[in-house]
Design a binder for this molecule. Sequence first.
Ligand code: SF4
Ligand code: MG
Length: 338
Amino acid sequence: EKTLLDVTDLTFSFKTYAGEVQAVRGVSFSLEKGKSLGIVGESGCGKSVTAKSIIGLNPSKPKGLLKKGEIWFDGKDLAKLKEKEMQKIRAQEIRMIFQDPMTSLNPTMTVGKQIVEGILKYGNKTKEEAKKIALDTLAMAGIPSPEQRFKQYPHEFSGGMRQRAMIALAMAVNPKLLIADEPTTALDVTIQAQILDLIKDIQKQYDTSVIMITHDLGVVANIADDIAVMYAGKIMEYGHAEDIFEHPAHPYTWGVLQSIPPEDTSNREPLHPILGTPPDLFNPPAGCPFAARCPYAMKVCSTMYPPAYSQQGENHYASCWLYHKKAVRTVNPITERE
Ligand code: SF4
Ligand code: MG
């Protein structure tokens, strides 16, 4: 398959009065055409900043700085593009959707008009063609009576329908990549499942690549082909979704998996939360950033950053000293529990 996105050593900081926050610290991954990647981690781990760096959408206050890295997308290094060219990429080729649909939707314009304008902006469609695409896309997004909905304003839509309208707005231009940043976090469980199904259907139907950003590993279980587990601005573990769930290798991933509450309860509190807090990214530790919270930490962990060790799955890596050949073997609490 053809690689659509290839990110190498992405390093992004925010300059604040108190110093530089090293939000993303050397992240690399790639995404093939039509495939999906889940980027998972706690809030503040750098997952949203990673995604927004790709399309130059990080807020300018505090000042964001792309310090290093290459972002090859469809033959162009996005890290080198001017803002004007980036606007075109964001309008047509890489669309991003958010937890709050009103981040994308304009409250003063009907939903139909917004979608039509999006199609007309850079494309060569006629108004009639654009309207037809808009109606088809609203229907595809699971919005009943598209003709009627076309003429309505975002406030006339319910929360779940507004989420669908935002997805329609994004997909109407047939982007090559859809980035979804916690798209279902604010929704109740039933609607959350419907929206995730919709994103999965879209991915197949349009052959769009998807990056799904979430704090909830459960959300990407059925959507992502590959998963990157992030912590403190770095990728701790990377692999095919089934390897991450069946043979997780990194102690942080073990912690995340053990904290997922059972599905059959309404209590969504973490089962066994990971104790402690992530490190200060003004001054990140030299060694493994998880060392202060890791039950398996060894002496080396706090002094040297571990390399990415290859695991049993194809293209499966974990950055952890436990995989050094001289480390004492640790029982994997996920795969070896009785
Ligand atoms: Fe734990 Fe050390 Fe592995 Fe970090 S490198 S996750 S501290 S064992
Ligand atoms: Mg975020």
